[in-house]
Design a protein around this ligand. Structure first.
Ligand code: ZN
Length: 196
């Protein structure tokens, strides 16, 4: 529907403006919006192009967490369904940083099925980035990130086989490349204050 197309392009334009000065942490330092476009496309493919609001939420999924946009601002422009989806995948910054990873594992298992698709798409894109534009992290931290992402997705998976498969493919590639380690299980005690 053309109204969906204009809402999606409006969300893209909104995201480009909000994240204009933000870059990814990887060695290529890509514009942050590259990540948002990738997550939106993963969501669109996994849902067969049938959930415009979820694609819009994917474009906006980091603007509350990273750019201080409010739920009300998203709701006013894109409606309550989109605002609710974004909030479902937004970390609670009241939680101390070293506990947020555990909170995400627990939270991801409780959110709506649609938000879980978005959550897994976000993690899939992050795993891709670590492989193709690696941040300057020691090998142990990368291994830990992969294990943590698997813990998040373990609780969130099961509602959309396509996104589960996209995530699993990234993990398999990383294991083959020696970046992730088979059988390495994440637990909260592995995290330290300085990590994000
Ligand atoms: Zn993200």
């Amino acid at each position: 529907m053309s109204s969906d197309i204009s809402r999606i392009t409006r969300a893209l334009e909104f995201a480009c403006r909000k994240h204009v000065h933000q870059r990814r942490k990887g060695e290529h330092g890509e514009p942050y919006v590259n990540h948002l476009a990738e997550v939106a496309h993963l969501v669109a493919e996994a849902t067969g192009g049938n959930d415009a609001n979820l694609v819009i939420a994917a474009l906006l999924h980091d603007c509350v967490e990273d750019q201080g946009v409010t739920r009300d601002e998203i709701g006013a422009v894109f409606g309550d369904d989109v605002a609710g989806l974004v909030m479902e995948v937004t970390d609670d910054k009241q939680i101390p940083k070293h506990l947020r990873k555990l909170a995400q594992v627990e939270h991801a298992a409780r959110i709506s099925a649609r938000a879980r698709v978005l959550k897994i798409a976000d993690k899939t894109a992050n795993l891709r980035s670590i492989q193709h534009s690696p941040p300057a992290w020691p090998a142990g931290r990368k291994r830990r990130y992969f294990a943590w992402a698997q813990a998040v997705v373990a609780g969130a998976r099961g509602s959309n086989p396509a996104i589960d498969a996209a995530f699993d493919a990234e993990v398999e590639q990383a294991m083959a490349a020696g970046i992730a380690q088979r059988g390495f299980v994440w637990h909260a005690g592995l995290e330290t204050e300085g990590d994000d």
